[in-house]
Design a protein around this ligand. Sequence first.
Ligand code: GLY
Length: 399
Amino acid sequence: MRSSDVLRGDGASNSGSDVLVVGGGIIGLVTAWRAAQRGLRTAVVDPDPGGGAARVAAGMLAAVTELHYGEETLLGLNLASAERYPAFVAELAEATGPGHDVGHRACGTLAVALDADDRAHLRELHALQTRCGLTSEWLSGRECRRLEPMLAPGVRGGLRVDGDHQVDPRRLAAALLLACERAGVVFHRALAERLTVVRDRARGAVLTGGDEVTADQVVLAAGSLSGRLAGVPADVLPPVRPVKGQVLRLRVPPAYAPFLSRTVRAVVRGSHVYLVPRENGELVVGATSEELGWDTTVTAGGVYELLRDAHELVPGLTELPLTETRAGLRPASPDNAPLLGPTALPGLHLATGHYRNGVLLTPVTGDVMAEVLTTGALPDEARPFTPRRFSSARLEQPA
Ligand code: GLY
């Protein structure tokens, strides 16, 4: 008997799969890979698997430098995932074989201040990190420039965080796609238009063109689109919204290398800017944060602001070839944390709302979702992220 039959408790199965994952971005793919590894017959529906926000993301694994007030619970999950990254990447390399390196680079991060306001902001962040037991070191401007000689002479100080690394999200998505294929995951290259619900239980999805795929359990992992899949009951629909991020890619010619040796970031006039140098010479500059609905236009203003702020940080950057401009949509939830696990609709699970941390949270999301799909229970580490925290039933409970 398959584990999904056990979960249903009615002994029945259908002609589809054990698990249908709606959405083939990195979160959907890692869920499918981990489910298939546990022996579940798994399918993914996505017109372009391996795409989504990972095609735009810079891939910072920045649990410490992206810490925000009020997000200490999320910090625990972020750290758990960061800790798993080396073993996760090694397992993925074993599953995919040579030639599919995901660009995991233990390079560390330097967050710097350009003026007195930035410096005060960074000092606050340092105090919060210290209170949370995190490791970061305050450096003078001169010490920052000694580490990264391309930094602007005006840098006033910075935070050295040796534990915040990077991975290349595009290569990660490609490797996960291959790992899924090798693990026997079936891909339906179409859009899921509607969730099907039979006798108050999620049973699959109707695809563009009218085909229907069925499964014992459905995982909605479609990034910001998760919030608008037809057929999902209103009280279960995840409250995720798109937050646009514009990102640039530059190339560091070999003669300029090493241009930067680690991720460098700053808050310039209230906007975050980060520069992520890859070993292959790509330099990613991100990112705007815009609440503009489904718009993914790359704008002159967005590119201008990113280049202006990045130039203040590292003036020599304007010499580099600009190779790509792109915009993507972060799936944001009301508390900036993901929604993981079962919903109030039997058979329907969520793995969405990862907002700024989708790449970082990929390993832990895969583990959590595999556990949920095989046992029906959310592991302790994921309990604070149950989708039920947003359901009306929960909100109506007395305090
Ligand atoms: N975590 C980086 C970003 O969301 O822009």
